[in-house]
Design a protein around this ligand. Structure first.
Ligand SMILES: C[S@@+](CC[C@H](N)C(=O)[O-])C[C@H]1O[C@@H](n2cnc3c(N)ncnc32)[C@H](O)[C@@H]1O
Length: 281
């Protein structure tokens, strides 16, 4: 048990009992699949106290009572508060190299009749991942006349709203290679960059819970689902990865996060190394 787990939360500005935390954990799990471990208690406390203040509540009993209701508007804010949205442009850069040098050139041959490619960034957070994918596509002139579309989804409605805007502090773009930086316009006065329209045009952003039913039919050629399932238990991961296999083309590619693995989870993909997988069944 970590220090944070032993800390007494009953003496804080907004008292939170162990029973409150268990209730919050259970509701978070059923709404999102996210397993909040005990060492997340401090983080959860910090994020949810903002909601208590906003709702003029005095303690977590009141808040737990509210979110225990089967259907309530607060679920959106609750979910937005507990998700972890850390991301960056070209995060795990070897994925984008593999996309540019192997997967997309292969699809250029395989899909030459339809001239169509479908990519899904599942758990896209504030948009850096799908914009990085779109910049790679844009950099390959052979796809200029192709119908290449990227669906970018996240459970957290606030990050989806920010992703749609496509404007970032300049320092977030500093590590981007020069060949991709041309797809950003720089506003030095406001110290921000904006993703240019031809790159944005390939992406559709939507609010979607991966555990719910999916409105799209597929098939997708490629799915990026990176650093999302890390807080899911094995059974939730297995169900999700099997659904990814179902919605991918028969030899489609799946990219997952650096600390994630399909080993002992599903046999429907084969590993191509470095957290890149290809569907086999
Ligand atoms: C750490 S971010 C990863 C962002 C990006 N994929 C990357 O690797 O940089 C994880 C994202 O997964 C989203 N997420 C968590 N549970 C989800 C669920 N059940 N359905 C959809 N998105 C979820 C979170 O809202 C968060 O934005």
């Amino acid at each position: 048990m970590g220090l944070a787990a032993r800390e007494d939360f009953s003496e804080r500005e907004f008292p939170m009992s162990d029973a409150n935390f268990v209730q919050i954990k259970n509701i978070a799990y059923s709404l999102t699949g996210i397993n909040l471990s005990n060492h997340k208690k401090n983080m959860v406390y910090g994020r949810l106290t903002r909601r208590l203040r906003r709702l003029s509540m005095n303690d977590f009993n009141q808040y737990c009572e509210l979110i225990s209701q089967e259907k309530c508007e607060e679920h959106v804010e609750f979910v937005n508060a507990i998700t972890t949205n850390l991301t960056s442009f070209f995060r795990e850069s070897h994925h984008f190299e593999y996309l540019a040098n192997s997967v997309l050139p292969e699809l250029y041959v395989k899909n030459k009749t339809t001239k169509k490619i479908r990519i899904w960034s599942a758990g896209c957070s504030t948009g850096e991942e799908p914009y990085s994918i779109a910049m790679v596509v844009k950099s390959l002139a052979m796809f200029n006349a192709w119908d290449v579309k990227i669906l970018a989804t996240d459970l957290d409605s606030s990050v989806v709203d920010r992703a749609k805007i496509g404007v970032y502090p300049t320092e977030r773009a500093e590590a981007i290679e020069a060949r991709y930086r041309q797809y950003l316009s720089v506003n030095s006065r406001e110290n921000v960059v904006r993703v240019k329209d031809p790159v944005r045009a390939r992406i559709t952003f939507k609010n979607l819970n991966l555990l719910s039913s999916w409105p799209m039919k597929g098939p997708f050629d490629i799915i990026f689902c990176r650093n999302v399932v890390i807080y899911f238990d094995a059974e939730t991961q297995r169900k999700l990865f099997d659904r990814y296999a179902d919605i991918l083309r028969s030899d489609g590619h799946l990219f997952i996060g650096h600390s994630e693995s399909l080993h002992n989870i599903t046999k429907r993909f084969t590993s191509l190394g470095r957290t890149i997988y290809q569907r086999v069944s």
